[in-house]
Design a protein around this ligand. Structure first.
Ligand code: ZN
Ligand code: ZN
Length: 383
C-alpha cells in the first residue's frame, strides 16, 4: 500500500504500482497517477483498467472513496503530503480570492491573509474540517460575483503579457510571410519577362529592340509603384489587427466593471470596502430648482392701465422691434414680488448670526422694501 501520511516513502516502493505490482524496472515507460480524492497512487494502466467504464471505488484496501478517471493526474511533487497541501491551498485561494485594494486598511488585509492561512492549515491538518468547509461553501455561494470578477482580473493579468507576446510574434510572422511572397512573385515575374524578351528579340528587328528597352523601363516603374501599394496594404492590415486587439481588451474591462460585487456584506471576511454605485446624473437645471411660472402672490393680467406703458403698447415700431408688453408685465411683477418668499430672520437664524446684526439688517431691509413700494423704483443696494 502506498504510504500517504509518513511523508518519506521508500524508493523501491515508489517504483512499484501498489495495485498491479508491476515495477518501473520492467516497464520504464510506466507513469503513476493520483486522484485528489484520496491521493492513492497507481499506474496508468491500472487507472485505464479500473475506471474506463465509469466511476469506481479506489482499489487500495481500506479506501472507500469513489474515483473518476478524469480527475486522475500526474503527481507534481514527490511528497504526496505536499501535493495534497498545494491542492487544498489552490482550492481555498480560488474561493477566498479577495485583493488588497478591496480592503479598507492594511490591517484588514493582513487579518484576511491570516484568516485564509488558518483555514488552509485547518484543512491540511484535519482540524475543524466540517466547520471550515461549511464556511467556505457559504462564502462561495454569497460572493459568487466578486469571486468571478477577481478570477477574471487574475487571469487577465496573467494572460495580458502572453497575449502581447503572441501578438507581436504573429505580427512578425505576417511581415515575414508578406516579404517572402513578394520576393517570390518578383522572381517569377522576372523569369517570365526575361523569357518573353528573349523570344521577341530572337524574332524581331533592330527597331523592336529599342521598343523593348522602353517597355522594360515602364515595367520597372510599374513594379516600384506596385511595391509601394503592397506596403500600404500591409500597413493597413497591421493597423486593423492592432485595432481588433485593443477592442477585445476594452471588451474585457467592460465585462469586469459590469460584474459588480454582491451587496450582501460577507460575514466571513471583515474590513472589506463598501461598494457604492454612483447615482445616475440628473439633467442640468439652469435655475437650480426655481419655477419661474409659479405665482404665489399675484395673478398676471393681460392689461394694466398705465399712461406711460400705453404709449409703448400702441407703438407699432416697438412691437415690430420685438417688444412684448406682456413679457414686460410678467417680468416686472415677478421682480416686484420676488422678495416676498424670503424670510430674512429665518435665514439669519440658520446662519447663526449675532442678534444685534440681525436687528439692524431687518431694519434696513424693511425700510428698503417700504421705499420701493412707495416709489415703485428699486432702492439702492443695501448690502
Ligand atoms: Zn498498476
Ligand atoms: Zn484511495
Amino acid at each position: 500500500m502506498a504510504s500517504r501520511e509518513n511523508g518519506t516513502p521508500r524508493r523501491d516502493e515508489d517504483e512499484v504500482c501498489p495495485i498491479c505490482k508491476s515495477s518501473r524496472y520492467l516497464n520504464p515507460d510506466m507513469r503513476f497517477l493520483i486522484n485528489p480524492e484520496c491521493y492513492h497512487k497507481m499506474c496508468e494502466s491500472c487507472v485505464d483498467r479500473i475506471f474506463s467504464s465509469g466511476p469506481n471505488a479506489c482499489p487500495v484496501i481500506g479506501c472507500k472513496k469513489t474515483l473518476r478517471k478524469n480527475r486522475f493526474r500526474t503527481q507534481t511533487f514527490e511528497d504526496i503530503g505536499v501535493e495534497r497541501e498545494v491542492d487544498i491551498r489552490k482550492r481555498v485561494m480560488r474561493i477566498l480570492n479577495r485583493r488588497e485594494d478591496e480592503f479598507d486598511s492594511k490591517l484588514d488585509w493582513d487579518n484576511f491573509l491570516e484568516q485564509r492561512e488558518t483555514m488552509i492549515m485547518n484543512l491540511v491538518t484535519g482540524v475543524d474540517i466540517a466547520k471550515t468547509e461549511a464556511n467556505l461553501r457559504k462564502y462561495e455561494t454569497s460572493n459568487l460575483d466578486s469571486i468571478r470578477a477577481n478570477q477574471a482580473r487574475e487571469s487577465q493579468e496573467a494572460s495580458s503579457f502572453l497575449e502581447q507576446q503572441s501578438f507581436e510574434q504573429e505580427q512578425a510572422r505576417l511581415r515575414r510571410q508578406a516579404a517572402r511572397e513578394e520576393y517570390e512573385k518578383e522572381h517569377n515575374e522576372l523569369l517570365a519577362g526575361r523569357e518573353s524578351f528573349l523570344s521577341r528579340l530572337a524574332a524581331g528587328t533592330a527597331d523592336d529592340a529599342t521598343n523593348l528597352a522602353r517597355e522594360g523601363q515602364k515595367i520597372l516603374l510599374k513594379k516600384s509603384s506596385a511595391r509601394r501599394s503592397e506596403e500600404d496594404r500591409l500597413r493597413q492590415k497591421q493597423a486593423a489587427l492592432r485595432g481588433e486587439s485593443k477592442k477585445s481588451a476594452l471588451g474585457k474591462t467592460a465585462l469586469l466593471s459590469g460584474a459588480g460585487d454582491s451587496d450582501v456584506e460577507p460575514s466571513l471576511i471583515k474590513g472589506l470596502k463598501k461598494v457604492s454605485i454612483p447615482e445616475p446624473e440628473k439633467p442640468y437645471d439652469p435655475f437650480g430648482g426655481l419655477d419661474l411660472g409659479k405665482k404665489d402672490y399675484y395673478v398676471l393680467k393681460d392689461h394694466y392701465p398705465s399712461q406711460w406703458l400705453e404709449e409703448a403698447r400702441k407703438n407699432t415700431t416697438m412691437a415690430a422691434g420685438g417688444f412684448d408688453i406682456k413679457e414686460y408685465y410678467s417680468r416686472t411683477l415677478f421682480e416686484a414680488f420676488a422678495g416676498l418668499g424670503c424670510f430674512i430672520d429665518e435665514e439669519v437664524a440658520k446662519r447663526g448670526g449675532a442678534s444685534e446684526t440681525f436687528g439692524m439688517r431687518k431694519g434696513i431691509a424693511t425700510q428698503g422694501a417700504a421705499q420701493q413700494a412707495v416709489t415703485g423704483k428699486p432702492a439702492e443696494d443695501i448690502f
